[in-house]
Design a protein around this ligand. Sequence first.
Ligand code: OGA
Ligand code: MN
Length: 281
Amino acid sequence: MSVLTIDKLTSTVGAEVTGLDPAALGQDDALGAAVLDALEDNGVLVFPKLNLDPQAQVAFCRRLGEIDHSSDGHHPVAGIYPVTLDTSKNASAAYLRATFDWHIDGCTPTGDDYPQKATVLSAVQVAERGGETEFASSYGAYDALRDDEKARLASLRVVHSLEASQRRVTPDPTPEQVARWRSRPTHEHPLVWTHRSGRKSLVLGASADYVVGMDRDEGRALLADLLDRATGAGQVYRHDWAVGDTVIWDNRGVLHRAAPYDPDSPRLMLRTTILGDEPIQ
Ligand code: OGA
Ligand code: MN
């Protein structure tokens, strides 16, 4: 039987999990279920200095659901994707600059896949300065709305695109860059996600381009205001990485971003994502 010690890191998002045996992670089904429950309750779980090797990370993630292999090929271990700005460690590193803006992973999939249920990162090398990862609850963002706002936002739909998130970090793209971004289909999502659990969250972030049927500027101002309120002081957990830390977040209920770090930094995170089983609806 597994025992997790869970200590909340802020009042709205994040908890630290200790007392975990890394060797048991890959085998213990009960542990997987306990981690998923804790993730639903806290949005983000921090496992300080777990020192998982890549294979152990993948084995652990298998306890949490089906692993996303769509980004395989950048690392020798299947299920591992290197998150770094160093192009010698990841040829598609340039795209990762978009992680500096608040976002939810998986809002603009190549097909019709649901957003990934959870994302796992482990720190191999950390930035000398910056490079913390920040988290805010998108359930909390919805819950904090006034009743009249909840009523007004209930029927709104938002178009998400890779272009929207890339343009924020590359405002003067080449025609080739734009063509590559546009080859990824756009996705229309409700602004308010009603989950199977009955909880509601706001679907916001860098990929959110415009509100359907609303004047573009007005819609973008609304999205920006909601994002500001969701990620204001007091609502954010900021993880200051140490080598060996593992962090898991729940893409159904959490927005996240990386704090800026030097493009020449050796910062390297190994990511595994777990496929979602719930559409944004
Ligand atoms: C990601 C991501 C943030 C970070 O991997 O999806 O947003 O701090 N990473 O590297
Ligand atoms: Mn991300």
